[in-house]
Design a protein around this ligand. Structure first.
Ligand code: HEM
Length: 180
């Protein structure tokens, strides 16, 4: 994954726990990278190791770390680092979610090596959608939950996010019901 993902985790940990704690996370993960470069590719394995080490050092569940990272990604990384891209996503939560399937494909010109997830979105009542999430990767369900909650916060819409179908349990992908 592009380094911006590892950087986001670093900023999240450093922001609440300080630099020393992030150094402990890296040591525990066996990751010897001084500075993550946002636009450079790193093995997925490295990001998974950092998330797992964060969960151990902070005594949080891996799902808790991923969900927090999703919120941080939307409210800090994307908002302040990629504000134009986010603004192009829509003027309301509903608009953003409906255009989510195209979101990452708009970025492939800037990030040619992007291997993004795929989303399919269908309307579900007046104030809701079903978000279908497909990925080449596994284990990132809670990240998506945090991202969707973060989007609600970004648009100041109190949002409910419920995992309604789980990949590997009678479904080939995760499905979330999002309502506001
Ligand atoms: C400007 C905003 C955004 C940027 C710059 C961005 C960029 C990226 C990048 C670089 C990756 C790592 C994949 C790779 O490097 O191959 C990624 C992964 C991911 N993105 Fe985004 N993204 C943004 C917004 C969003 C939003 C709004 C959502 C959904 C609500 C989202 C959902 C995900 C998920 C779930 C992954 C994990 C990869 C996977 O599931 O396979 N992203 N994104």
């Amino acid at each position: 994954m592009y380094g911006m993902v590892n950087r986001a985790l670093q900023e999240m940990v450093e922001g609440s726990q300080g630099t020393d704690v992030w150094e402990r996370v890296k040591t525990r993960a066996g990751v010897d990278v001084e500075v993550f470069i946002s636009t450079e590719g790193y093995p997925d394995e490295l990001s998974y190791k950092l998330v797992s080490a964060t969960s151990e050092v902070l005594r949080m569940s891996v799902d808790g770390v991923l969900e927090q990272l999703g919120g941080h990604w939307i409210l800090q990384t994307a908002r302040y680092g990629y504000g134009d891209l986010m603004a192009a996503g829509g003027a309301s939560l509903a608009e953003f979610l409906v255009s989510l399937p195209e979101f990452h494909s708009r970025m492939t010109a800037i990030f040619p090596e992007l291997n993004p997830p795929e989303f399919r979105v269908e309307r579900n009542g007046e104030r809701g959608v079903l978000v279908h999430y497909y990925s080449h990767r596994t284990g990132l369900t809670s990240l998506v939950k945090g991202l969707l909650r973060g989007l609600g916060e970004m648009y100041s819409e109190p949002v409910t996010v419920t995992l309604v179908k789980v990949r590997g349990q009678g479904s080939d992908h995760d499905e979330f019901a999002v309502s506001w």
